[in-house]
Design a protein around this ligand. Structure first.
Ligand SMILES: Cc1cc2nc3c(=O)[nH]c(=O)nc-3n(C[C@H](O)[C@H](O)[C@H](O)COP(=O)(O)OP(=O)(O)OC[C@H]3O[C@@H](n4cnc5c(N)ncnc54)[C@H](O)[C@@H]3O)c2cc1C
Length: 346
């Protein structure tokens, strides 16, 4: 089939890549809006620690995380580009000793279905310091070996190169659904209401604070208290996030308020450290009202894929593979009907 993919964030790029592997003729259109979620994403791949109970979501992100190593291996070989995917492990903080055993059990219970999450262990302060010396030891912690991270920017760059190597086209331009092709995939992130009304898309402004600390290596991801997280990029570069600001604005400018709030947190997690080279980045995270990704066939030749929310980098590669299988009339592993907006509305 001749297919247009509108939107070249991680959703569109993953779908286009898999469609090309399944033999379709694909053109991606991406207009590189400021605030694109993928390029500023923290890139944490660790769905097993979430307390979210929604089974459809968990099945998607669990399968997504399991697919990552094979997906990355093939993509890096084909594109010749590094994606920054690394199993760094994750340090998980909890507010007190009382909740620790419950959290340990909750996460460990997932291991049987998700062996890729690796080992889960209690950390003593000296063990935690060995893994991440600059980090506070004020909170009880666990360590999960299978957690990882990826660079959204590098990942999309690698996908774009692979798409072109596979014979697809990538146009840096705006596009609207066109009747001149067999099929259109509309994966436009926060801008996803412009050419369809079937699925309501909203977004949150998400701000991250970047800073440096005198250090070299890449440290484990930190899942802090509440929804805080810290990622380390190597070479002394770190980021802490994030804000969750519901908005209808497409303003991608950072705010002093968010910077102050995130700096406070950074100082709490890195006491006695000099935090240098502070700067902010901002992305617009696309959501549906149900906080679940949507794969909605609107007409015979038009599908909306959106609402990847705060776990889009984890979910998109497997979603791309499954959507391509479905459009190629091959069996899928996930039930894509579960991601239909109308099905959930009824
Ligand atoms: C700060 C932050 C941290 C995050 N951390 C994580 C994390 O740790 N782990 C994780 O799994 N996920 C994370 N996410 C979530 C993840 O980044 C998003 O879910 C994902 O990037 C959404 O991808 P997308 O392709 O749907 O949208 P986007 O990446 O926003 O891409 C949409 C693209 O469509 C283009 N477009 C729109 N309309 C048109 C048109 N008409 N024509 C052409 N192009 C168009 C836009 O220009 C844009 O480039 C984070 C997100 C943010 C913002």
């Amino acid at each position: 089939m001749q297919i247009h993919v509108i939107g070249g964030g991680i959703a569109g790029a993953s779908i286009a890549y898999h469609l090309l592997k399944d033999g379709h003729d694909v053109t991606v259109f991406d207009r590189q809006d400021a605030g694109q979620a993928t390029t500023v994403s923290a890139g944490i791949i660790s769905p097993w620690v979430s307390q979210r109970r929604n089974k459809t979501w968990y099945q998607l992100v669990r399968t997504g995380a399991a697919y990552y190593p094979d997906f990355i291996k093939e993509l890096e070989a084909l594109s010749g580009h590094e994606t920054g995917y690394l199993k760094t492990g994750a340090i998980l903080f909890f507010k007190d000793q009382e909740v620790l055993p419950k959290a340990y059990k909750r996460i460990l219970d997932k291991q049987q279905d998700a062996p890729e999450m690796g080992e889960l262990m209690y950390l003593k302060p000296d063990q935690q310091q060995e893994l991440f010396p600059m980090l506070t030891t004020d909170y009880p912690s666990l360590y999960l070996t299978g957690a990882g991270m990826v660079s959204g920017t590098n990942l999309v760059q690698a996908l774009r190169v692979a798409i072109e190597k596979l014979g697809g086209k990538w146009q840096v331009s705006s596009a609207a659904p066109s009747k001149s092709v067999d099929f259109t995939v509309y994966s436009a992130g926060a801008w996803g209401n412009e050419h369809q009304q079937a699925v309501p898309i909203s977004h949150q402004k998400a701000q991250l604070l970047h800073f440096t600390i005198d250090s070299e290596k890449v440290f484990p991801v930190v899942m802090g208290l509440k929804t805080h997280y810290i990622v380390s990029f190597g070479g002394g570069k770190f980021a802490i996030g994030t804000t969750h600001e519901d908005t209808t604005s497409f303003d991608d400018q950072p705010t002093e308020e968010a910077k102050a709030e995130l700096l406070e947190l950074a100082k709490m997690y890195f006491p006695n450290q000099q935090l240098m080279n502070l700067h902010m980045s901002v992305g617009l995270r696309p959501y549906t009202p149900h906080f679940l990704p949507v794969v909605q066939q609107v007409t015979e030749s038009f599908v909306v894929v959106n609402g990847l929310g705060s776990s889009g980098l984890t979910a998109a590669p497997i979603l791309g593979k499954e959507i391509s299988a479905w459009l190629s009339q091959k069996p899928t592993t996930l039930s894509l009907k579960d991601f239909s907006w109308k099905e959930r509305e009824e």
